[in-house]
Design a protein around this ligand. Structure first.
Ligand SMILES: [Mg+2]
Length: 216
């Protein structure tokens, strides 16, 4: 896809107000989460290794409950208006989640925002066995969902990344402009990667409208 600008947006803790993926794994795989999540945040083990272990500890029987749990999760203020703004400028809005497609779609459908989303990239799960078996078509040695590889498939003069946590480090390093909140700010400080702090999508819309000199 060729566009002069593309926005790549994380899902859990970015579109959703809480890190919903962490909420799900804490609720449905408490032991594995306690064992592996701190090491993921400390970057001592890869996202891929950690998530395989954690998701693989969730019973397939719990999957419908996970989807039900997700449906009611709130999204961050201004998301609808931000998507409308990007649509009006014909700038793609691409959601890249280190979590699961089923969780992402449930929330966006519940908010009736799917129509404005250009594409969704996230992990999948095989639910034919006793436990979830995660897989992703675009994976790397270290990332369950290889966000930078997905970004590389889009040619654009300005790639914008929006994120909040450990799954967004590589995505941010590959971006021309980064909006970071929460843990991601600290990771990017460590990587010496500049970023713009943000709290809600109104701020991002206003920042981009001003920098592109277009009307909201
Ligand atoms: Mg996140």
């Amino acid at each position: 896809m060729n566009s002069s600008r593309v926005v790549f947006c994380d899902f859990d803790g970015t579109i959703t107000t809480k890190d919903t993926f962490v909420s799900v794994i804490e609720k449905f795989a408490p032991q594995a989460t306690a064992q592996f999540l701190p090491a993921i945040f400390q970057r001592k083990i890869s996202l891929k290794e950690g998530l395989n272990n954690i998701l693989g500890a969730i019973s397939t029987r719990d999957y419908p409950a996970i989807i039900r749990f997700m449906a009611t999760q709130p999204v961050r203020p201004g998301l609808k208006e931000f998507i409308e703004f990007l649509n009006s400028q014909t700038i793609p809005f691409v959601v890249i989640s280190g979590g699961l497609t089923g969780m992402v779609k449930t929330v966006l459908e519940h908010q009736q925002l799917m129509a404005g989303v250009t594409a969704i990239y996230a992990g999948e799960v095989d639910i034919t066995g006793d436990f979830l078996q995660p897989y992703c078509e675009i994976s790397s040695d270290t990332e369950f969902v290889a966000k930078a590889i997905i970004m590389a498939q889009y040619s654009a003069e300005e790639k914008i990344a929006i994120g909040d946590s450990v799954t967004d480090i590589n995505m941010s390093l590959a971006a021309d402009l980064v909006f970071a909140r929460d843990r991601l700010k600290h990771y990017l400080d460590t990587e010496n990667k500049p970023y713009v702090q943000w709290h809600d999508f109104f701020e991002i819309r206003d920042y981009l409208a001003a920098s592109w000199q277009v009307n909201e």
